[in-house]
Design a protein around this ligand. Structure first.
Ligand code: MLT
Length: 271
């Protein structure tokens, strides 16, 4: 666990160590680095695993007076983080949902730093106007109403998990609730505004010329299989894997299957 002062903020990271190609794990909204703990704490031989808290979320700072945290700004933070850590070679970026939006921006801005991308439960389209407007309302509520992250958790949780997870793994649901409710509401508001103004990255995906793994939960209601499967076809070197009995968070709902999928893919990169 370390803090790095970069790009006008302080980022908290869990550096799981390991030797080899660096894998950067980017969490979704409004979560933190700990969603990756099950995968990262066991290590993956041949890889160095790093899971940061994105700016304003988890234990990472939101600078005073900050405006929207755009996906580009998150990507710039990560580039600065890698520089500060002395990681100069190409890396693998694994992004879940909002982390996937950031991964795409990183790919667009820093293509020379990219060995591979793993897009989990995410999309490349921008928000339709009504969704963007709802995000602006949510951001205002996060800034002004006490405990609004509890409302966010209450709204999101029924849609985040597969039916089987909700019925059989209440501890997973509760863990995520606690991650959401522990977040900084101002950091969540800034990220919400950043997501509302993000651009479509589908054309960018078509240009990426490194291996791309697209992972989707079979019951994801936020980024459903019918929307995620085509992403693998858009990428020049894409592959699609669907994880059964998982919703938006296969990494928490089916951690063994998710890890097996990721480890298999990473292994092929270094063969
Ligand atoms: C996430 O999990 O990061 C969010 O569902 C992304 C979003 O709200 O678009």
């Amino acid at each position: 666990m370390k803090n790095y002062k970069i790009n006008g903020t302080t980022l908290f990271i869990n550096d799981f160590g390991g030797e080899g190609l660096t894998v950067l794990f980017l969490h979704g909204f409004p979560f933190d680095h700990s969603i990756w703990s099950h995968v990262c704490s066991r290590g993956i031989p041949g890889f160095r695993l790093i899971a940061p808290d994105l700016r304003g979320l988890g234990r990472s700072e939101l600078p005073d007076g900050a405006g929207p945290t755009t996906m580009e700004l998150f990507a710039d933070d990560l580039h600065a983080l890698l520089e500060a850590m002395g990681v100069t070679e190409k890396i693998v970026v694994v992004g879940l949902s909002m982390g996937g939006y950031v991964a795409m921006q990183f790919a667009g801005k820093y293509p020379d730093r990219l060995a591979s991308v793993v897009l989990c439960n995410t999309k490349t389209t921008a928000d339709p106007p009504t969704v963007a407007e709802n995000r602006r309302i949510q951001a205002e509520n996060l800034r002004t109403k006490t405990n609004f992250l509890k409302t966010v958790a209450d709204t999101m949780i029924p849609k985040l998990f597969a039916a089987k997870t909700q019925a059989e793994r209440p501890e997973v649901v509760e863990k995520l609730r606690s991650i959401i409710e522990s977040n900084n509401p101002l950091g969540a508001a800034a990220a919400t505004l950043g997501m509302a103004q993000r651009s479509d990255t589908t054309e960018l995906l078509r240009q990426i010329d490194v291996p791309v793994l697209v992972v989707c939960g079979s019951e994801d209601q936020f980024s459903p299989p019918k929307e995620m499967r085509p992403l693998a076809g858009f990428a020049k070197r894409g592959r699609y894997v669907e994880i059964a009995d998982a919703g938006h968070l296969p990494v928490l709902e089916r951690p063994e299957k998710f890890t097996e999928t990721l480890v298999g893919f990473l292994g092929e990169l270094v063969q």
